[in-house]
Design a protein around this ligand. Structure first.
Ligand SMILES: [Zn+2]
Length: 241
């Protein structure tokens, strides 16, 4: 083991606790709901354990699992939803972190059998795009991974029918910001429809935004090529999605 590895793990544990508390503060993880994970290295994941409020979680509470979700280290139990995380990492080699939560607006869409499949605002094109609805699956079973598999190649944010939301990203801040964005899009979709005159963007408008996004992405990559902080990388990654 390199001598810097314990320091890296210590920082990643702190990051996982920080973003767990943040999710809790904004009301996305009532009770002990939700779980977060990140790649510790090529063979191991660092994951929040089951049965702990995300608002009270400490860096030492995290568990380490292999890429099949089996416990390798930690005194707490592995979440029953680990299959969802493992499925994402298996399908998406580009993903470094996964955030699962139950944000109220987006979960209400998922409980009404509705994905966020209308592009109503420019921000949607620049961030997560269409957010599809994965078919119903019993939480804690292999059904959840099976329902996600067809959607994972093309989507970083997915609604889980009658359950919640899962988002993935290159980094933990990236996945977290996508979760925030999904809830925001659900909120404005609801209000736009309540107002009775929701006006989805036209295909040519979406196309123009995609071109602008590509340019932004190229500039971001050029600017952040020497960046060392995860948050700066996450900003570029979010807009590039
Ligand atoms: Zn859940």
């Amino acid at each position: 083991m390199n001598e810097w590895e314990p320091n890296v793990e210590r920082q990643l544990r702190r990051d996982l606790a920080k973003f767990s508390r943040w999710l809790s503060r904004i009301g996305f993880t009532p009770g002990t709901a939700g779980n977060l994970s990140l790649r510790l290295d090529a063979r191991r994941l660092l994951v929040t354990p089951t049965g702990v409020s995300k608002g009270l979680i400490r860096p030492s509470d995290m568990v380490i699992v292999d890429l099949e979700g089996r416990l390798l280290a930690g005194s707490r139990k592995v979440t029953s939803e680990i299959d969802m995380h493992v499925a994402v990492y298996h399908v998406r080699e580009d993903v470094g972190a996964v955030v699962h939560a139950h944000p109220p607006m987006a979960t209400a869409f998922a409980c009404s059998g509705r994905g966020l499949d209308q592009i109503l605002c420019q921000e949607a094109v620049m961030t997560v795009g269409v957010v599809p609805l994965a078919t119903y699956a019993t939480t804690g079973t292999g059904e959840v991974a099976a329902s996600l598999l067809p959607l994972l190649p093309d989507h970083d944010a997915i609604l889980l029918e009658n359950h919640g939301v899962v988002c993935c990203g290159q980094t933990l801040p990236d996945a977290f910001m996508k979760m925030e964005t999904v809830e925001h899009l659900a909120h404005l979709t609801l209000v736009a429809h309540q107002l009775g005159s929701a006006r989805p963007l036209r295909p040519e408008q979406i196309q123009q935004l995609r071109s602008a996004r590509r340019k932004y992405q190229e500039n971001s990559q050029a600017c952040s090529s020497d960046s060392e902080t995860q948050v700066q990388a996450a900003g570029a990654a979010t807009i590039a999605t």
